[in-house]
Design a protein around this ligand. Structure first.
Ligand code: ADP
Ligand code: MG
Length: 609
């Protein structure tokens, strides 16, 4: 049976291929000026797909891709230009390139490869940058532009490079555009595409779900540089003569407008944007020419971008493909009861699956953790309580490498994970939830969980199946096709737990999962957690303020106070110690209930993770 994700992808690819084929066939019958317009917009569409692959999925706006377009255009141009022409147009061409005259398709492919190599080199830098990445892509554009101007023997510098055969007719442009759309659509729902979209929505939550953010960015950057190269190769054959100016801000602005107006988050948005903006540019150009208003087109594009960002920041089509929107109107398919079983991870009950030893964390003057050691065993719940600000969330962050501890030894099952990054710990079986919920807002509930299934090694298709299973265990499978923001608060928490559980974890660290729930809801959640515990063998670290809940749920209990362990052991013994009552309970349990509710509403202002 074909999975619904794969079916959607195929429907989309078939649909867009037909649409573009019709455009090519109809366009071929039009007068040559109109045909040229269609051809050039198909070439631009290829560039928009390049941007969609990287910017649309990663959320990092790229200003650099036009550089790849230029590099590929020159490379292709040099390779397919007749040798006789090269003698006059590029007399100083080195490396024996003067004698080389490749067939068109070969020249295009080599041009794409050259852009891809430049993509790899620049990608190694771009992928490492966080918030600065977007600005760095601008540097890529400027550097590549400088290269085109500077490499005179190859490019004639800022003078016009001429003599390229005009091989890009509407058919060539159409084929290249169709291939680009297919690549973009396949990438969107690939493992890395899913991971990248998760990182776009929430980088921290994605790495805690096993997403290797830098790697996903690198792969998409390289893939998109290749697609931008395809645009460049086709553009060379469309223009025949060009200069570095043709691959600079104007083209960047054009491609970005197309992507942003249509909606960067979907392939459909990119295609629609390319069509709409082509029409707008054509109108502006005619109006500008008639009235001698030079620069009207660029100004128009800039205004369109601003208006779109202001009124419809996600673009006309938003972040979903049309076929997704259609499919998501329906409830997810039921799954057979026989398939509910979760895989079992920890074989022997009571085995220590997490040993966090001597964690010290200082925030400049403040010592948030003063040598805290906690262990979690398979099939058991270890409670972690303490007043607000006592270091509970910091402990979870240190164990998951979200925060770097000053001192620590952390053993997961038999493995020392002390020096591993967050994503690797997640993949080895360390699941977590956040005190302030962090779901992937633009992805459906199923996709939220599938991201973690993919980290656990499943294909997207298997991931969807397993995600539904996990969602069912937590009683939220019926919401599978909705966006998490549409769900009641308690169900959102369950989705977050499902996402952690989808890693097939050895341990789950749950940071106040019952915050914001009423007592009945938290009992229900507890019952679900206990069935999860029994079914999967996972060990749970549970942070909560509700002493009654902790007392009934936990096998072990640690009390923190000002970053130090105040008491540790069996819940009954710990809770009856007078210093615990004094420091934590403040003499009554009402204080605890109070902090619970305030903590829930704003998710504790001092902690955003
Ligand atoms: P809890 O989860 O028990 O309420 P936290 O772990 O959030 O407590 O905080 C412990 C202490 O560390 C608090 O004093 C808090 O202000 C401080 N703290 C937590 N995170 C940071 C941070 N990123 N930078 C500086 N101080 C922090
Ligand atoms: Mg906290």
């Amino acid at each position: 049976m074909i999975s619904s994700r794969r079916r959607r992808t195929l429907v989309s690819i078939a649909g867009w291929t037909i649409v573009l084929l019709v455009i090519v066939l109809v366009g071929g019958t039009l007068p040559s000026a109109t045909q040229l317009l269609v051809t050039s917009s198909l070439v631009l569409l290829t560039g928009v797909m390049a941007l969609q692959i990287f910017s649309g999925n990663s959320g990092i706006l790229s200003f650099g891709h036009v550089g790849f377009v230029g590099i590929a255009a020159y490379a292709t141009g040099i390779l397919v230009m007749p040798s006789a022409v090269k003698q006059t147009s590029l007399p100083e061409l080195p490396w024996g390139l003067a004698g080389i005259e490749l067939p068109i398709w070969q020249g295009m492919i080599v041009g794409i490869l050259v852009a891809t190599v430049v993509g790899v080199v620049s990608g190694l830098v771009i992928a490492r940058l966080g918030d600065a990445a977007s600005i760095a892509t601008l540097a890529v554009l400027i550097v590549l532009h400088g290269l085109m101007v500077g490499a005179e023997p190859f490019t004639r510098g800022s003078q016009t490079f001429y003599g390229v055969p005009r091989f890009t007719n509407i058919t060539v442009a159409g084929i290249v555009a169709i291939l680009a759309v297919i690549v973009a659509r396949l990438f969107r729902d690939s493992r890395i595409g899913m991971h990248l979209r998760a990182s776009r929505d929430d980088e921290l939550a994605s790495s805690s779900s096993g997403v290797r953010v830098q790697y996903a960015r690198l792969i998409s950057w390289v893939l998109s540089s290749a697609v931008a190269g395809a645009m460049g190769a086709a553009y060379a054959g469309l223009l025949g003569a060009f200069s570095p100016r043709d691959f600079y801000f104007t083209l960047t602005l054009t491609l970005l407008t197309m992507l942003i107006v249509g909606g960067s988050g979907s392939v459909a948005g990119g295609v629609m944007g390319a069509i709409i903006v082509t029409l707008i540019i054509e109108i502006l150009r005619r109006v500008g020419d008639a009235n001698e208003l030079f620069g009207l087109t660029n100004a128009g594009l800039a205004i369109i971008i601003l208006l779109t960002l202001y009124f419809r920041p996600k673009g006309l089509l938003g972040f979903r493909e049309p076929e997704e929107t259609l499919a998501y109107r329906r409830a997810p398919a039921e799954i057979a009861t026989s398939e509910f079983a979760l895989p079992t991870r920890n074989s022997s009950p009571g085995q220590v699956v997490l040993a966090a030893q001597n964690i010290v964390k200082r925030f400049s003057g403040l010592v948030a953790l003063k040598g805290v050691s906690v262990t979690v065993s398979a099939r058991e719940v270890t409670g972690l309580i303490g007043p607000n600000g006592s270091g509970k969330s910091t402990f979870v962050n240190c164990v998951t490498a979200v925060t770097k501890p000053d001192e620590a030894t952390i053993i997961l099952a038999d493995q020392n994970i002390t020096n591993m990054p967050t994503w690797k710990r997640a993949r080895l079986g360390l699941g977590r939830t956040f005190q302030t919920m962090r779901l992937f807002r633009e992805m459906t509930v199923i996709d939220n969980v599938s991201v973690a299934c993919i980290s656990a090694g499943m294909s997207p298709t298997k991931a969807d199946e397993h995600a539904m299973r996990v969602l069912h265990v937590l009683g939220v499978a019926q919401h599978g096709n909705r966006l998490p923001g549409e769900l009641p608060y308690g169900d959102q928490r369950r989705v977050e737990i499902a996402r952690a559980l989808a890693l097939n974890p050895r341990v789950m660290l749950l940071d106040e999962p019952a915050a914001g729930m009423n007592p009945a809801e938290s009992r229900e959640l507890l019952a679900q957690l206990q069935s999860v515990l029994a079914a999967s063998g996972v060990g749970i670290l549970l942070i909560d303020h509700d002493v009654a809940l902790i007392r009934s749920a936990c096998d072990q209990l640690t009390v923190l106070d000002y970053g130090a362990v105040l008491a540790q052991g069996e819940p009954q013994d710990v809770l009856s110690q007078p210093e615990v009552a004094a420091a934590y309970l403040g003499g009554s349990e009402s204080h605890a209930a109070e902090t619970n509710s305030t903590g829930a509403q704003e998710g504790n202002s001092n902690d955003h993770t």
